[in-house]
Design a binder for this molecule. Structure first.
Ligand code: D5M
Ligand code: FE
Ligand code: ZN
Length: 689
């Protein structure tokens, strides 16, 4: 983007003469941030030739005048200033309007049509209750059982009887409360290396005092011109984007969570990772070579990170390089580690080929060894360690296999003063004709205090966070024939619709929103966020924080690892006895390999980033995924794993491949323990279930 556009984005204006002065140095000798800082220090947002000159000389640069007036020391004449004068005339009273987001752009609360009332007075069976999660010891004889000392599984939901839903009363409108303080903390990058001035998101419109909004545009020669955009009447849409869904909080409902201090931080977000892409060595360098180099760096990064993880296991001991194997005694027990290039079954056991950056080695383990069962859990391109002896003939005989895994015990975190809850959702698929809109609206009413009993009241009252783990809309062109299954056939409108629904989430609840494979985002993993232009409505939500896929959000000191979960597809592909219907199992496989999508070049595309950000570097307290549309949870070595299901009823495609979703379930997590507190079901409002 050019200097003019960048400045405009930040509500700064530049005159043509200043532009000519500055442009040739821009990006080379100064960056946008420096220029804005300088203008700020002068208390102006118009960069004119005088300011440009001062700025350049502050950088120790000689001022070069544009070619057309090449008299360098010509004294300044009135004519030099003309463009500025013209500009201020054009803009009229723009000073008063600058930096302000026009009111009507923000999510209004002025219209208050009725609450979608279909759901009122309907028979419902919203069920809540305590999840009984005893950490039972499971001594399984299954192939992976031996090293899973303590976990309990869940697939059952709590159900505490039928309740009548009350009709919502009029009350103060949602969204009218005070702005939550977390807005300030939002670690959302504004994409500029300017100190956060809050301008980046504002629009390019300035009020001119007559209520008419001129938009600044620049002609071919960089001359600013203003024009008033013609009002084009909105085309009548044949579908709803939920602009009429305005849910009022139930009168008199009191939220405990409002008084609980905010305590959240996005501790890992791909957006904050600075990737250094290698450069071509010379002008003849080919793009392809760079890509190969990046992937080589990517796998080096994976090896480095996994090595650190595996070393943390006190059982592993010293690890030696494959290149050094020939120096060790053939009867000496040593440990090596590497990326698994390939693996296969042989007559007597299992053979791997691994690579550690210093060399490649074949590793054999006998079938009679119990450890060899781990063969099935090891996905291609994951990193594992082997203990055994080197034969001297390029084969390593292993008798122990170490998966990166997580420690058996977790350090207990200090208790919280008060109970606080988080709702975890995924795969909302707004825009799909199978999106369970009634159920979602009913859920929003519930969040606004339309509860059925004291138990639910306690739950709703303490919800302070909500996490949406991808596929928040259905997207466009995601699979062949999808168009016929769309209720909202426009990606902008899908995000608009989602935002219209989410603005009904009470203000004190912070919602973290990350992308999935249906979203307007990079397809390959990791996904840094949503494409700005599509997801703008989400950014405008008061209490929403956009996160990457994957991300780690720390709530009151507890780490929640959030990933949409495409890696589950590869697990189902490669590990025997895994299924889309048991996603928590598959998530556990990923956790044990400490990687969200280990296998390269199969179903899940991985971006050529020079760093592997899909490694599960630190052990989370909770690991949330979605993607497979089935809710299931599990505990393993103190980590709570949960797949949070969907809000989309079974699609035609899913019918064909026999995927049976479990839509419209709301798992509520007790943040203190990072365990399930309750599952509230709204699936009775979901058509097609
Ligand atoms: O994924 C929803 C579910 O559908 C999830 O279980 C994966 C599965 N799915 C999606 N696309 C495919 C293809 N092409 N083959 C097999 N299984 C698939 P979602 O990301 O919401 O579409
Ligand atoms: Fe999905
Ligand atoms: Zn998905």
């Amino acid at each position: 983007m050019g200097l003019i556009e960048e400045l405009m984005k930040n509500n700064y204006l530049i005159t043509p003469s200043a532009f000519y002065l500055l442009n040739e140095y821009y990006g080379e000798r100064f960056n946008l941030g420096q220029l804005i800082k300088f203008a700020k220090s002068k208390g102006t947002f118009i960069i004119d030739s005088k300011l440009a000159e001062d700025f350049l000389s502050s950088l120790g640069l000689q001022v070069k005048l544009p070619l057309e007036d090449s008299t360098p020391s010509r004294p300044k004449t009135e004519a030099d200033d003309r463009p500025e004068i013209a500009l201020s005339e054009v803009l009229g009273g723009f000073e008063s309007g600058i930096n302000e987001l026009s009111e009507d752009e923000s999510f209004g609360t002025e219209t208050a049509p009725e609450v979608a009332s279909q759901s009122s007075h309907e028979e419902s069976s919203i069920s809540t209750g305590e999840a009984v999660l005893t950490e039972t010891l499971k001594a399984s004889s299954g192939q992976t059982g031996a090293e899973e000392p303590n976990f309990s599984e869940g697939g059952s939901f709590i159900s505490t009887g039928e309740v009548e839903l009350g009709e919502s009363e009029g009350g103060p409108e949602v969204g009218s409360g005070e702005a939550p303080s977390e807005e300030v903390q939002a670690p959302v990058s504004n994409g500029l290396n300017v100190e956060s001035n809050g301008y980046a998101d504002s629009e390019e419109y300035y009020e001119n005092g007559n209520g008419v909004k001129p938009k600044m545009v620049y002609g071919d020669y960089g001359i600013p011109i203003a024009y008033v955009e013609e009002e084009v009447p909105e085309e009548e849409k044949s579908y709803s984007v939920y602009s009429d869904v305005v849910i009022k909080p139930k009168e008199g409902f009191s939220y405990r969570a409002r008084d609980i201090k905010d305590d959240w931080k996005v501790v890992f977000d791909v957006k904050n990772v600075k990737f250094e892409v290698p450069k071509a060595k010379n002008a003849a360098g080919k793009e392809g070579e760079i890509i190969v180099k990046v992937y080589s760096n990517y796998f080096k990064s994976r090896l480095r990170k996994m090595k650190r993880i595996i070393r943390e296991n006190p059982e592993v001991g010293g690890i030696i390089d494959i290149a050094k194997l020939s120096y060790v005694q053939t009867d000496e027990d040593v440990t090596i580690l590497g990326l698994v290039n390939s693996k296969r079954e042989t007559k007597k056991g299992y053979m791997f080929e691994i690579e550690d950056g210093t060399g490649i080695m074949k590793v054999f383990i006998n079938r009679n060894n119990e450890e060899s069962k781990k063969f099935f859990q090891i996905m291609p391109d994951s990193v594992v360690a082997f203990r055994g002896r080197y034969s001297g003939r390029n084969i390593f005989f292993a008798d122990k296999i170490f998966l990166p895994d997580v420690p058996k015990f977790k350090r207990k975190k200090p208790p919280l003063e008060e109970k606080v809850y988080a709702i975890l959702l995924s795969d909302i698929h707004v825009g799909s004709n199978k999106f369970c809109e009634k159920a979602f609206e009913r859920f929003l009413e519930w969040l606004n205090g339309e509860v059925n009993n004291r138990k639910e009241e306690e739950l709703v009252s303490r919800v302070k966070y909500m996490i949406l783990a991808g596929d928040v809309v259905d997207g466009i062109g995601i699979y062949p024939g999808q168009y016929n299954e769309l209720a909202i056939p426009d990606i902008f409108d899908q995000y608009e619709a989602l935002a219209n629904l989410l603005r009904n989430v009470p203000d004190h609840i912070t919602t973290f929103i990350g992308p999935g494979n249906h979203d307007a985002a990079r397809t390959a993993l990791p996904q840094p966020g949503f494409y700005e232009e599509y997801a703008r409505p989400l950014r405008k939500l008061k209490n929403a924080v956009i996160i990457s896929n994957p991300a780690v959000v720390r709530l009151h000191g507890r780490d929640f690892l959030i990933a949409h979960g495409r890696g589950i597809e590869d697990v189902v592909n490669f590990i025997p006895n895994r299924s889309h219907h048991r996603p928590a199992e598959a998530m556990l496989d990923l956790l044990k390999l400490r990687h969200l999508a280990p296998t390269f070049g199969e179903k899940v595309p991985i971006a050529p980033d020079p760093e592997d950000t899909l490694v599960i570097e630190s052990v989370p307290d909770l690991f949330q995924s979605g993607h497979v549309h089935v809710m299931e949870y599990k505990i393993y070595n103190g980590v709570f794993l949960i797949n949070t299901g969907t809000w989309q009823a079974q699609t035609e495609f899913q019918k064909m491949v026999n995927i049976v979703p479990t839509p419209a379930r709301v798992p509520i997590i007790d943040v203190e323990t990072a365990r399930l507190r309750a599952v509230v079901r709204f699936d009775q409002f979901c058509e097609g279930v």
